[in-house]
Ligand binder design. Structure first.
Ligand code: SAH
Length: 236
């Protein structure tokens, strides 16, 4: 059974034409993008690096990494966001950026160890089997390569902020964007990473201040958080 939920893909396809509209449902992704991009670039400098972005959607992160000089492949299983990503890349005129409609698991079988860095952001909470996606990410990375993951924590505060706050009070996201049961605790994601043979190197949380409407990276992982993992270098 493929590790995909067609209803989830349909949600993103229905909105795809607004992906690059900063005032749309995708505003949060645009706002957090410089933060996660700088964090990734500081740990695993992007220039010249081969990167695959899993669940790339309309390409907000994939394109930004390519603009920093990485050779980027973005993959997703939703056709419409990929179409938007391709068009936007043409408009931007960015080199070294390819998009493919393929699952992480299938690409990992095709190109194991082919990437210096793997990014998989805000996607794991939309798949039926996130552990399988994390294993695919680990398989795609070369020995010594990096895997960057981000998702939503599962607790009362994350429910209040990510669903009630973002979808019902502040209208940052369309209602129904997130399903609480699919949120992933850091301890669970750490276990998936460990089971996939990855070492957890660094963790950051994403904070949102509704008054200033600003996001920032901090140490609090109680709502949205990011993991930086490494695949151990091959034994000598
Ligand atoms: N990673 C991007 C987009 C996040 S939105 C960013 O952070 O900017 C979540 C994306 O995951 C959507 O584009 C959706 O189509 C994709 N997605 C959901 N399930 C998927 C699956 N099983 N395989 C690949 N992509 C998937």
């Amino acid at each position: 059974m493929p590790n995909v939920d067609d209803l989830e893909l349909a949600k993103f396809s229905a909105l795809a034409h607004r992906w690059w509209d900063r005032d749309s449902e995708f505003r949060p992704l645009h706002e957090i993008n410089p933060l996660r991009l700088d964090w990734i670039d500081s740990l695993a400098p992007l220039r010249g690096r081969r990167v695959v972005d899993i669940g790339c959607g309309g390409g907000i992160l994939a394109e930004a990494m390519a603009l920093r000089g990485a050779r980027v492949t973005g993959i997703d299983l939703a056709a419409k966001p990929l179409g938007v990503a391709r068009l936007h890349a043409l408009e931007t005129g960015v080199a070294d950026l390819d998009y493919r409609e393929i699952s992480a698991e299938a690409l990992a079988a095709e190109q194991p160890g082919a990437y210096d860095s793997v990014t998989c952001m805000e996607m794991l909470e939309h798949v039926p089997d996130p552990a399988s996606t994390v294993r695919a990410c680990a398989r795609l990375a070369r020995p010594g390569g990096w895997v960057f993951l981000s998702t939503l924590n599962r607790n009362a505060k994350a429910f209040a902020f990510a669903i009630v706050g973002a979808e019902y009070v502040l209208n940052l996201l369309p209602r129904g964007t997130h399903e609480y049961a699919r949120f992933i605790r850091p301890s669970e994601l750490a276990r998936h990473a460990r089971d996939a043979g990855l070492e957890l190197v660094a963790t950051r949380g994403l904070g949102y201040n509704p008054l200033t409407r600003r996001y920032r990276l901090h140490d609090d992982t109680s709502v949205n958080y990011l993991f930086a993992c490494r695949k151990p270098a091959a034994a000598p």
